[in-house]
Design a protein around this ligand. Structure first.
Ligand code: UDP
Ligand code: MG
Length: 308
């Protein structure tokens, strides 16, 4: 199988028929073998029946339907388990991503020798309330992760098969797929793609996505950099805080020996606080290490080649 198209769909009954028709035109022209996997993410409208109806005309269609709405990450994760294609392309179900970009994605992946190429909605057709927070989010994520792309959360992406097999996504970590892939040693590229306004239905993500996005960024930093060595981060914070506290208390002790009262000085309490917090951080780190040690065999490494 050459290509797997993965489409998460939550209440997208109107969009699906149009999307599948456009997609199959594009795919048939490529002269490659393909499958289209629709994941109905617990839709409450007619998404599932629309997909079943389409299946009659498009045998390359595969449909997976969740009993309830688990979220986009869950939908992608389950579809990745099914996907057989050498290349796996994800796209949103709402017609905002353009199937015509597929051949560009493939050629960028191949010519740039990338493992993942992420779409970039350079000219984006979404309300300002959405594009502005998204800009901030992308800027911060790019700075922190040092990955030079502009649009981490674009639904339109192409992956080599090996990338998706090594990705573990849950919660709302689908926003960070390029980060997780990069962390596994895969090469991540970017392609500016055509974006369209939403034609039917409505967006599934409100303003809460902005805050959740930053919590998830923190999670991603932790699970990529410190998963196997939690004491490195917690120990450092703990040490800094404890040392600060100890320095403060030493200074106040000297004053006390010199006969000055220190009990009513705010600094006295700050010093104690810093020591307690510091010790707690170190203990968190040690607890983290104990958890890590327990699950050591389950640590996943991304293997590039195996020669026997
Ligand atoms: N989606 C999903 N499960 C969810 C929320 C969204 O499968 O819980 C799908 C949705 O149907 C669409 C894609 O994820 O195909 C992107 O969602 P949306 O278009 O609402 O996001 P936006 O384009 O507004 O960022
Ligand atoms: Mg959309």
């Amino acid at each position: 199988m050459d290509i797997s198209i993965v489409i998460p769909a939550y209440n997208e009954e109107e969009s699906l028929p149009e999307l599948i028709k456009q997609l199959s035109l594009v795919l048939n022209e490529l002269k490659k073998t393909y499958e289209i996997i629709i994941v109905d993410d617990g839709s409450t409208d007619g998404t599932l029946s629309a997909a079943k109806t389409l299946k009659r005309d498009f045998p390359a269609l595969k449909v997976l339907s969740f009993r309830k709405n688990y979220g986009k990450s869950a939908a992608l994760s389950e579809a990745f388990k099914l996907a057989k294609g050498n290349y796996v392309i994800t796209m949103d179900a709402d017609l905002q991503d353009d199937p015509a970009e597929i051949s560009n994605l493939i050629s960028t992946l191949e010519s740039g020798n990338y493992d993942l190429v992420s779409g970039w909605k350079k000219k984006r057709f979404d309300p300002f309330s959405k594009t502005m927070p998204s800009r901030i989010f992308n800027f911060v994520t790019s700075k922190i992760t040092r990955i030079n792309i502009h649009d981490f959360n674009c639904g339109l992406k192409i992956y080599r098969h090996a990338v998706i097999k090594d990705l573990k996504i849950y919660g709302e970590l689908h926003r960070f797929l390029p980060v997780l892939a990069h962390w596994n040693g895969f090469r991540v590229g970017e392609l500016s793609v055509q974006h369209h306004p939403r034609k039917y239905g409505k967006t599934k993500f409100g303003i809460s996505r902005f805050f959740n996005g930053f919590f998830d960024l923190l999670t991603v930093i932790f699970i990529t950099r410190y998963q196997t060595s939690p004491l490195h981060i917690f120990g450092m914070m703990g040490l800094a805080s404890s040392l600060l506290g100890i320095a403060i208390e030493l200074y106040l002790s000297i004053l006390w020996f010199m006969g000055k009262g220190i009990r009513n000085r705010p600094l006295f309490f700050l010093g104690i606080l810093a020591i307690i917090v510091g010790v707690q951080f170190i203990v968190f780190g040690l607890l983290g290490e104990m958890i890590t040690a327990r699950f050591a065999e389950q640590t996943q490494y991304s293997v590039k080649e195996k020669i026997e």
